[in-house]
Design a protein around this ligand. Structure first.
Ligand code: FMN
Length: 442
């Protein structure tokens, strides 16, 4: 197996409503509740050998932009969302090898309930489930769970450490060989192999064991996306895969090196966690076609900056961006937040690079961007992706559609991925049956 191989994941929102108003999505505004688009996407990703699909989520209808939900509802931004655990179950039923990673907030579920839910998903998917651990950032979401606001940023991670400790122990509360299925002796499970966890900590008190039985992977795959120092330390302690928006090759390399050093400090082998960088390649049959499509996306960014960018940013930072004049420079404003520190830092860093940049200009330059832009033919983009991975050191990319459609999925899974496979850069077939084994294959 080549050591130059890398992994691919796909970032999806939790319902097909994200594709509303896009070309090549049929009557999605009518059909979005049905799982067909999600299932088609998942099957395409599996055919292309992706490691996983990550189902993003938040648990509220945002109202941070302009103090109302209007912009979110009018444009289907961040809402509606279906429950990602149920969407994950449907995708599991339609696939056999793809890893499936629903996002579930530690603020939203008691640890016992989460351990049981994710453990059950791992059972019904035959060992293909991951959990994207988010600690929550929106005060509006906190208000759906009996709090006025999210706890302070770093404390969320302290609480999440204890949370992970509890769920890990619950997943281990049935030994792998606890079920004897001995019909002759009349014994289903060996009681000596099922244990309470008896946890009493600062935040949680849980007795255990889980009532849902052993977990096929032992511990489902843990995904994480924290960008702050506390977030990175948390990920280094627990994650099997980290998704990042670190910008450009240098930052990507620095991010990965930092995470790997933190893993060593935490006593882990750094090769046991795969860092995937967000990107949304624009491909075409010719370089010209791809360049034109990239320009069109930038123009869409300029046109939609106010709506898409600032409503998303308002959702995650709890800041009402509607009060600012979009054509005013950013440098006089104070954007301290208790929400996504990394995302806001990114935004302000852009302004810092050009102090007189206006909010509109900055948001347009960020629209549709991830860690790195790729534009070109399938083959040229594949070549450039390989070069970037060489420079960064690994471990792969998390692809995203800024306008999800069957056409875009086909461009990637039937166009770009075969070009990567011809180069031996990504897998052509799965070597293993379970998610973590495939993730650790190279
Ligand atoms: C690619 C990516 C996907 C994310 N998906 C979600 C998500 O689905 N739900 C959520 O609440 N936060 C999501 N986040 C936010 C992270 O969980 C985290 O809160 C954020 O990166 C800020 O971390 P920090 O506060 O440590 O900087 C995502 C972040 C990134 C970079």
């Amino acid at each position: 197996m080549s050591t130059d191989m890398f992994h691919l994941g796909w970032f999806l929102e939790g319902s097909s409503a994200q594709a509303w108003n896009q070309e090549y999505t049929g009557f999605i505004g009518r059909d979005w509740m049905r799982p067909d688009l999600m299932v088609d996407v998942a099957r395409s990703l599996e055919r292309a050998g992706f490691d996983y699909v990550l189902l993003e989520d938040t648990s509220w209808v945002p109202d941070t932009f302009g103090g109302s939900s209007e912009v979110y509802l009018r444009h289907a931004i961040a809402t509606p969302r279906q429950d990602p655990a149920l969407v994950a179950a449907v995708i599991a039923q339609a696939t056999t090898r793809l890893g499936i990673v629903p996002t579930l907030g530690t603020y939203a579920y008691p640890p016992y309930q989460l351990a049981r839910l994710v453990g059950t998903l791992d059972q019904v998917s035959a060992g293909r489930i991951g959990w994207n651990v988010v600690t929550g950032s929106s005060d509006g979401a906190a208000r759906n769970f009996g709090r006025d606001a999210m706890p302070e940023h770093d404390e969320r991670y302290v609480r999440a450490h204890e949370y992970l400790d509890v769920v890990n122990r619950l997943w281990g509360s049935w030994e792998q060989d606890a079920i004897l299925d001995d019909t002759t002796a009349g014994v289903f499970a060996d009681p000596a192999k099922v244990h309470t966890v008896d946890h009493t900590g600062k935040y949680f008190s849980v007795r255990g064991p889980l009532n849902s039985g052993p977990v096929p992977q032992g511990r489902p795959v843990i995904a994480q996306a924290g960008g702050s120092p506390a977030g990175k330390s948390f990920a280094a302690a627990h994650a099997d895969t980290i998704v990042s928006t670190a910008k450009g090759v240098e930052e990507m390399k620095a991010f990965r090196d930092d995470v790997r050093a933190r893993m060593v400090a935490a006593g882990r082998d750094p090769d046991d966690c795969k860092v995937l960088f967000l990107t949304s390649p624009v491909v075409g049959l010719t370089e010209d076609e791809a360049t034109q499509r990239r320009r069109a996306r930038h123009q869409e960014g300029l046109d939609q900056a106010a709506i898409r960018m600032f409503s998303q940013l308002a959702k995650t930072t709890n800041i009402d961006f509607s009060v600012y004049d979009l054509d005013q420079p950013l440098d006089t404003l104070d954007f301290a937040t208790n929400g996504h520190q990394h995302m806001l830092g990114n935004f302000v860093a852009r302004a810092g690079a050009k102090p007189d940049a206006t909010l509109r200009e900055i948001s347009a330059s960020l629209y549709g961007e991830g860690s790195i832009d790729f534009t070109g033919t399938h083959d040229s983009v594949a070549g450039r992706m390989c070069e970037v991975m060489q420079e960064v050191g690994g471990d792969g990319f998390l692809l995203v559609s800024y306008s999800l459609s069957r056409r875009h999925i086909a461009e990637i899974t039937e166009g770009l991925v075969p070009a990567l496979q011809r180069r031996g850069a990504v897998r052509s077939r799965y070597a293993h049956a379970t998610f973590r084994d495939n993730l650790l294959e190279f």
